[in-house]
Design a binder for this molecule. Structure first.
Ligand SMILES: Nc1ncnc2c1ncn2[C@@H]1O[C@H](COP(=O)(O)OP(=O)(O)OP(=O)(O)O)[C@@H](O)[C@H]1O
Ligand SMILES: [Mg+2]
Length: 430
């Protein structure tokens, strides 16, 4: 019985695969993705620490994935943790953060708790203790900083060891996606993988084909790897800044015509900084800034958001509107969290304008991948799109436009990386 598994620990969603042959959903060669909640093969990378009704020395109760998000939405007292992958390379990873009720947790312990949850679900299915793991990693956890990037991988390694994995290997997420693509092709080709997720946009250029499948060492086939730390959560932030936060004063002006200080809006639009805005000292400071606002309705809206702790809810609104727009061309955002009856329409053109800088950097990263390989763009035979943010078709079209001879292929947006990591685990651990 194999004791190996593979984990795609994503910024927004995660999955765990069991690589053994013969256990697949759709054929003997398939990798099996463990059902995580209600039959779903991927789960939000979210942990909720519930502190409501705790007595004496009781520790906060943890909820994971959709249950974590649901506990948060229901208004249970406690703290929702998301985007934990983004803090791996920072000093925050070793720091503790307050979850309410006098309790605090170390960020890295949030990560290991989440990994332990995935592992135990997989072990329940496998019927054995899993001790070997292939973990996915972005091409860069941290852009332009090799030291912090190495620190991020080391932190993830510590979290994996803490939950009982003794053999730990890493594979780049886009290469894993390429292995998944390769499983379904019958001709050798040059593929550019574009994995555009929640935290990073990663590109790998690989030679793939039936004759190469199954080789453990693919270093000769990997022609280039590149990525940027810009993806879906940045889109959410920029949509929130463009379409939601102006209603509570972002880019507003004061009586003297000066722009109001913008730091609070950037903090509100960034997952792991939201809680800093709720501290009593910060609330008092913000209340005292009323005089900076020409439009007092904006200041009242800001104070409403801060006092009612609506920061996470507003990011979630930006994200839902983004997905609705990607799927339907426009969306309506309910802003009653800022002021009763308020709402804002989100249209494609201004949204794409708000995302222009992000998209341009992602397209530039695709170009840089080809430059790294020293190959002409015309040489690419196929473009394999994976990751949730490839649902934003104008972005995918823009990338496709750079590679005139490449056939665009849309993979399993949320599962390709986990399946490819599972194949890697099968090859690495037998
Ligand atoms: N239909 C859609 N259109 C656009 N974006 C979408 C759509 N569906 C989901 N997303 C976005 O996809 C992102 C999540 O994608 P995914 O699960 O691939 O990321 P991840 O693997 O967790 O992140 P990463 O690989 O960067 O660590 C989120 O930002 C989400 O808002
Ligand atoms: Mg991913």
């Amino acid at each position: 019985m194999s004791t190996a598994c593979a984990i795609d620990f994503g910024t927004s969603n995660s999955a765990i695969a069991l690589p053994q042959l013969g256990s697949g959903d759709s054929g003997p060669d398939e990798v099996h993705l463990v059902a995580l909640e209600a039959g779903q093969r991927t789960m939000p990378t979210a942990v909720f620490y519930a502190v409501e009704g705790l007595r004496g020395h009781e520790l906060p109760q943890r909820h994971y994935g959709r249950a974590a998000v649901a506990a948060y939405v229901e208004g249970i007292e406690g703290r929702l943790m998301r985007s934990m992958k983004s803090i791996l390379g920072s000093t925050l990873a070793e720091q503790a953060t307050d979850v309410g009720g006098g309790h605090s947790v170390r960020y890295l312990d949030v990560v290991s708790g989440y990994l332990r949850h995935l592992k135990s679900l997989a072990e329940a299915e496998a019927g054995v203790a899993l001790t070997q793991v292939v973990l996915g990693r972005p091409v860069f956890f941290v852009d332009d900083d090799p030291e912090r990037d190495a620190a991020a991988q080391a932190a993830l390694t510590r979290a994996a060891r803490a939950v009982g994995f003794s053999e730990i290997r890493f594979q780049f997420e886009p290469i894993a996606a390429a292995l998944d693509y390769e499983a379904g092709i019958d001709r050798e080709q040059l593929v550019l993988v574009a994995d555009i997720g929640g935290g990073t946009s990663d590109f790998s250029l690989l030679r793939v084909g039936p004759a190469r499948r199954g080789r453990l060492d693919r270093s000769d086939d990997i022609l280039a790897n590149h990525g940027v730390h810009i993806a879906g959560t940045d889109f959410d932030r920029h949509i929130e800044l463009a379409a939601i936060l102006p209603a509570c004063g972002y880019r507003g002006v004061g009586p003297n015509g000066r722009e109001v200080p913008s730091k609070v809006y950037f903090d509100l639009a960034t997952w792991h900084l939201i809680n800093t805005v709720y501290s009593p000292a910060r609330q008092a400071e913000l209340a005292g800034m009323k005089g900076f606002y020409a439009d007092l309705v904006q200041h009242a809206g800001l104070m409403q958001v801060v006092r009612q702790r609506q920061g996470h809810a507003l990011i979630a609104k930006a994200e839902s509107a983004k997905i609705a727009l990607a799927e339907g061309g426009a969306a309506q955002i309910d802003l009653s969290a800022i002021a009763a009856g308020l709402s804002q329409r989100l249209d494609e053109a201004p949204t794409l304008a708000a995302l222009e800088a992000d998209m341009a950097q992602i397209v530039a990263a695709a170009d840089a991948t080809l430059a790294q390989a020293g190959l002409a763009r015309e040489r690419v035979d196929a473009l394999y799109f994976t990751g949730g943010s490839t649902g934003l078709r104008p972005l995918a079209r823009r990338i496709a436009g750079r590679f005139p001879n490449a056939r665009p292929v849309f993979g399993d947006r949320f599962a390709s990386v986990a399946k490819g990591l599972g194949r890697q685990a099968r090859m690495a651990f037998g």
